[in-house]
Design a binder for this molecule. Structure first.
Ligand code: NAI
Length: 462
């Protein structure tokens, strides 16, 4: 029986980061992971492979739509789908092997297999029991389907199947206009599929700034995606080579159908805690099946901690990573901390969409007085030079103190630009602090500064 200071169950971004930090802080650490490769959903069937396909399909889109304008003549490249998938798999391999290397470097043991917790202080993997002073559950999440929808990962797929389709479908129905539906819908639309997004609500990307939602949907429509809004999917029936989606429009309860070669179910994810034995342990769950934790990520059972998608909060890799590091600090007797008010969200479409902090809607709901500084990328020279003038930066600041409360970006490199605002928010900065910071010209970042200027005496290029 091996004995550890910490055993972490799950080697996704939450678990593997937690393990590395635990080892760096001098704790004897092991990670239990049943997948063939480390990295969890994010590296194997999520963030990383989807970014490879988004990158490749964006290159094609550029060749088809913008090359000629720049004087680059000739036929746009054709798609070798097998090679594109091989490229994606190569990217996955590099990343998962990288974590294996980091484990060896930091002396983190990888216990291969699926773990369960017979009691606090013990983790069972296969027939073996391992002892640990503390256990961290980092088992992530899995797609949550809908009643009446059976996923076969061939015709009716989740994001996992959508990253490995045998061929590019001619038609694709996407159930759910959230992050996954729009990222993967974009990939297949660029590769030539007719993509129809069926969304229950009246706006895409729930919870996002309303103005961003509208602009985003308009841009995606222009890129060829169709939207059926306010539609509740009732069932999906697999036909021979296609599938049929039955949905009801919420406004009048009318019933409709749509057929597609592939149906992508992207209606959210749920915590993955099967087989851990939580019931027997008495670990408390929330109504939504998330593991309940205290301020130090400890569950209702002493010595058992939980982080990432398995607990409350946004299901984001970087949120899990931050919690992983914080728990490691707590277990090493230090002070782990996560600022949940400053967790950026990014959608990696083109243009990218990014946000942090409050939205106008959430501020109104709280009855807080705020001001808005907005700047369009049309006024940004660099953006115009690369056909990326669509979109804007919006900064929300406290009306009295000018303290930055949130930011919303739709436009080029939004996923990078947002971090300037995150750092500013971590330091409790005012919009004026950003506005007074010299920004190199010509960069997309100048749009952030201009939005900050717009919170004060006004942007220059607006
Ligand atoms: P989501 O929660 O972002 O979106 C699901 C959408 O499905 C919602 O708009 C919802 O209204 C809609 N929906 C639910 N039931 C429906 C029905 N019966 N008919 C029609 N529409 C229905 O979930 P998604 O996109 O599956 O993503 C899951 C999680 O993964 C999210 O928490 C997301 O943050 C995370 N993720 C993050 C990424 C990123 O940060 N770039 C990329 C991919 C996933």
């Amino acid at each position: 029986m091996a004995s550890y200071d910490v055993i972490i169950i799950g080697a996704g971004p939450g678990g593997y980061v937690c393990a590395i930090r635990c080892a760096q802080l001098g704790l004897k650490t092991a990670v239990v992971e049943g997948r063939e490769t480390l990295g969890g959903t994010c590296l194997n069937v999520g963030c990383i492979p989807s970014k490879a396909l988004l990158h490749a399909s964006h290159q094609l889109h550029e060749a088809e739509h913008n090359f000629e304008k720049m004087g680059l003549k000739g036929k746009a490249p054709s798609v070798d789908w097998k090679q594109m998938l091989a490229y994606k798999d190569e990217v996955i391999g590099q990343n998962t092997k990288g974590i294996e290397f980091l484990f060896k470097k930091n002396k983190v043991d990888w216990i291969k297999g699926w773990g369960s917790i017979p009691e606090a202080g013990r983790v069972k993997v296969g027939d073996e029991i391992h002892e640990a002073k503390n256990i961290v559950i980092a088992t992530g999440s899995e797609p949550s389907s809908l009643p009446g929808v059976e996923v076969d990962e061939k015709v009716v797929v989740t994001s996992t199947g959508a990253l490995d389709l045998p061929k590019i479908p001619k038609t694709m129905a996407v159930i759910g206009g959230g992050v996954i539906g729009l990222e993967l819908g974009s990939v297949y639309a660029r590769l030539g599929a007719q993509v129809t997004v069926i969304e229950y609500l009246d706006a895409i990307t729930p919870g996002m700034d309303g103005e961003v939602q509208k602009t985003f949907q308009r841009i995606l429509k222009k890129q060829g995606l169709d939207f059926i809004m306010g539609a509740a999917v009732q069932s999906v029936e697999a036909l021979k080579t296609k599938a049929r989606v039955d949905y009801k429009l919420r406004k009048d309860d009318s019933e409709h159908q749509i057929e597609a070669d592939v149906v992508l179910v992207a209606t959210g994810r749920k915590p993955f805690t099967d087989g851990l034995g939580l019931d027997g342990l008495g670990v408390e769950l929330t109504k939504r099946g998330q593991i309940r934790t205290d301020d130090h990520w400890q569950t209702s059972v002493k010595g058992i901690y939980a982080i990432g998608d398995a607990i409350e909060g946004p299901m984001l890799a970087h949120k899990a990573e931050d919690e992983g590091m914080a728990v490691a600090e707590v277990l090493a007797g230090k002070h782990g901390h996560v600022n949940y008010g400053v967790i950026p969200g990014v959608i990696y479409t083109h243009p990218e969409v990014a946000n942090v902090g409050e939205t106008e809607e959430s501020l109104k709901e709280q009855g807080r007085a705020y001001k808005v500084g907005k700047f369009s990328f049309m006024g940004n020279g660099r953006a115009k030079a690369v056909f990326a003038g669509e979109g804007f930066v919006k900064i929300l600041a406290d009306k009295e103190t000018d303290r930055i409360l949130g930011a919303h970006v739709i436009g080029p490199a939004a996923g990078e630009l947002i971090h300037e605002v995150c750092v500013a928010m971590e330091f409790g900065a005012a919009a004026e602090d950003l506005a007074l910071t010299c920004h190199a010209h010509p960069t997309f970042s100048e749009a952030v500064r201009e939005a900050a200027l717009a919170c004060g005496d006004g942007a220059i290029h607006a």
